[in-house]
Design a protein around this ligand. Structure first.
Ligand code: ADP
Ligand code: GLC
Length: 490
């Protein structure tokens, strides 16, 4: 099968969060099964160009219709750790992808609407006829709309679209200007509630809704979150639309790329280890302490690794730091703040706790350091307000690092509490809590730290259970192949 992913991120070249990992991992899983898989992303100025091999100009004369004129684009090709990747580079004064940032510009919706149009124009002009176009998140929600409304009539009638929603919180809200820019036009038609009109605000249109309405199949990244999105507020206003389209909607749990995230072969670690030589893990713990000048003691290290965004439970992350220290543990944080206010909040935490020999707060994005922290920590904490899937807990499990999580979304689907009597002993792999408040978090952290100190053999059993579990792309790879097969033959 010929599959093309169109997305705004791909690890490690353009990575903000888990979306990048999914594009990287799922595309590989499908290509090793013999499918022809390609990825299209924007050519950002701030990409990791050192992670692209053989970058060459592939299509230089792409003119993308835009606002009644056209923007000239170059399309580049390169291998990202073996994945075939196309990078779209527009040449215009708008400098859509030369902003020294991936997201956060006032014209984000315009930038990605352009990207969708350029991706379709590229596929059409280069004569590519993929069986499946797999789109991701709001940034590519307009692609299936333009495919059906415009490009279908220009030879692209065979393509089927699978649309995966990684985060309902960001939906891409827009108005007449984008209809004009993309050539979709017809405001009366698109403002119909069955089309793109936002379900909460009748005066605007919604990219993600477009993706849901126009795609042949829609997924989100865990079964639990698929349920939450439909039946609780977590669809952020799209619950009704999902209900209307329930026949083509479902949850597929993400996997983790075990070539990248595997302590047995991870070249970022000072000591590699697996279940059979698990004690080697503690050399990484020493290295982590050396790196951050933490005191060497018998204390456990509890970490947070991830974006610092409201979604992740910011107040609880701060509380986890304080509580860990008060309960005789060390705490390490590696986080990328999503705005200035959050940066200041965590800079303050760093000032409060940074002098402690038991705590280190690192603000910014650092892939290499994340590997050291996953391997050198005893536990990770993930106290999310909502979490469509979550990859940090899955990576942690692989590294024998016990997750302490709030039981929502994909966290609930993958972390099984040590004390859950109804879960088989061999499946118990961490600690969970329900209430989104300090006492909820403390109840789980307290039990985790207690087990670490008082019942080290039982703690080790949790580590091993986690390392045994298979959260590779194998199963999700099959689920997505089944979805592709289904929509191809409809
Ligand atoms: P989300 O996509 O909501 O950010 P996930 O848990 O799905 O959360 O994926 C996060 C991914 O990004 C993981 O691979 C994690 O290791 C990585 N990551 C997040 N923040 C950072 C950071 N500051 N430095 C390095 N890696 C990070
Ligand atoms: C999103 C979600 C996260 C998920 C990731 C990859 O950013 O916040 O839960 O794991 O996408 O699907």
């Amino acid at each position: 099968m010929y599959i093309v992913h169109v997305a705004s991120e791909c690890a490690p070249v353009a990575k903000v969060g888990g979306l990048a990992d999914v594009i990287f991992g799922l595309s590989w899983e499908h290509s090793i099964r013999g499918n022809d898989v390609e990825i299209i992303i924007p050519k950002y100025d701030c990409m990791r160009y050192d992670q692209i091999w053989g970058l060459t100009l592939s299509f230089n004369d792409l003119w993308v219709p835009w606002f009644g004129g056209a923007i000239h684009c170059s399309v580049w090709f390169g291998f990202v750790h073996g994945r075939k990747c196309f990078f779209i580079e527009p040449h215009s004064n708008d400098n859509y992808f030369n902003r020294n940032t991936f997201y956060g510009c006032n014209d984000d919706v315009m930038r990605y609407a352009f990207f969708c149009k350029a991706a379709l124009e590229f596929l059409q002009k280069s004569g590519k006829q993929p069986d499946i176009i797999h789109c991701h998140d709001w940034q590519t929600g307009l692609l299936p709309v333009m495919l059906a409304e415009i490009y279908q009539h220009h030879g692209m009638w065979r393509q089927r679209v699978c649309y995966t929603i990684h985060n309902f919180k960001h939906q891409g809200i827009f108005g007449h200007d984008i209809l004009a820019a993309t050539g979709l036009g017809r405001p009366d038609y698109y403002f119909s509630p069955t089309q793109l009109r936002d379900d909460c605000n009748a005066s605007v249109l919604n990219c993600m809704k477009g993706g849901i309405v126009y795609s042949n199949f829609v997924t989100t990244v865990s079964p639990k979150h698929a349920w939450e999105a439909r039946y609780t507020g977590q669809g952020h206003g799209l619950g009704g639309t999902l209900h209307t389209h329930q026949g083509k909607f479902g949850g597929v749990l993400n996997g983790v790329d075990y070539n990248t995230w595997n302590p047995e072969i991870d070249s970022y670690l000072v000591a590699r280890y697996g279940i059979d030589n698990i004690d080697e893990k503690y050399k990484n713990k020493d290295a982590l302490r050396d790196r951050f000048w933490l005191y060497k003691s018998n204390k456990p290290i509890i970490s947070y690794i991830g974006r610092l965004d409201e979604q992740k439970g910011l107040g609880l992350i701060c509380h986890a730091a304080h509580y860990a220290l008060s309960r005789g543990a060390q705490f390490v944080l590696l986080g990328s703040p999503s705005n200035n206010a959050t940066f200041n909040q965590f800079a303050h935490l760093r000032n409060q706790l940074g002098q402690s020999v038991d705590c280190h707060i690192e603000l910014g994005f650092n892939e290499e350091l994340s590997h050291l922290i996953y391997s050198g920590s005893d536990m990770v904490v993930v106290p999310s307000a909502f979490e469509p899937c979550g990859l940090t807990q899955l990576i942690a499990l692989r590294y024998g690092t016990v997750p302490i999580v709030r039981s929502v979304g994909g966290l609930a689907d993958t972390v099984f509490d040590k004390d859950y009597a109804h879960i088989d002993m061999s499946a118990r792999n961490g600690f969970t809590f329900n209430d989104l408040n300090n006492s909820g978090l403390e109840s789980a952290m307290n039990r985790a730290i207690g087990l670490y100190y008082d019942y080290p053999e039982e703690f080790r059993r949790l580590m091993i259970n986690g390392m045994h579990a298979d959260y590779s792309w194998n199963h999700p790879g099959t689920h997505y192949m089944n979805i592709y097969d289904l929509i191809r033959h409809k």
